[in-house]
Write a protein that binds this ligand. Structure first.
Ligand SMILES: [Cu+2]
Length: 190
């Protein structure tokens, strides 16, 4: 029995290591998705509270986006307050806001075309204590008051999680197979 346990341990360790290497190899190859433009920064920042609704929102992408399908919708307590069309200036997309924009929660939804021709959509939120119309709002329970998140740090966390999950899943499968084989071997012996 002790020998069986030793064999089992050796097998599961090597299986885990092999799967770990395979996962590392997969991660080492840059995925084609990295060719997409990514949203690097916004003004106001994601999840921030600002004193006043800004005259415009600004989205900064990793590369100059294409104008095809360009749209920025800024939804506040009274609906969309985007005024006029969004404008591309280098890597920035700027969207002017109506002077009637009130205080409160805002969601900025955007759609641009990445430099590689792929559509790019997403959204971010901010909260404004004062409106451009002079109205005020207090931070409610639904207001996003969390500190702005670093999208790169979040992405890094995700990419670290993938090999860990692959290794864990692979080890579980390997252990299951080994147990199955051992049970069959024992049955044959008896
Ligand atoms: Cu792409």
């Amino acid at each position: 029995m002790r020998r069986l346990v030793t064999v089992l341990l050796a097998l599961s360790t090597s299986a885990g290591v092999t799967i770990g290497f395979a996962a590392a190899a997969i991660m080492a190859f840059p995925s084609t998705a990295s060719a997409h433009d990514v949203l690097e920064k916004t003004t106001p920042g994601e999840g921030t509270s600002v004193e006043q609704v800004p005259a415009e929102v600004v989205l900064v992408f990793s590369q100059e986006p294409l104008e095809i399908g360009l749209q920025v919708v800024v939804t506040g307590p009274t609906g969309n307050v985007a005024q006029g069309a969004a404008v591309i200036e280098g890597r920035e997309v700027r969207q002017a806001l109506s002077s009637a924009a009130p205080a409160g929660d805002y969601t900025v939804a955007y759609r641009v075309t990445s430099e590689d021709g792929h559509p790019l959509t997403g959204s971010f939120r901010f909260f404004a204590l004062t409106g451009l119309d002079g109205s005020t709002a207090t931070v409610g329970p639904s207001a996003p008051v969390a500190a702005p998140e670093d999208p790169e740090a979040e992405a890094a966390k995700d990419s670290q999680l993938v090999p860990v999950l692959l290794t864990a899943a692979g080890t579980a499968i390997a252990l299951g197979l080994i147990a199955f084989v051992l049970v069959r071997m024992r049955r044959r012996q008896s």
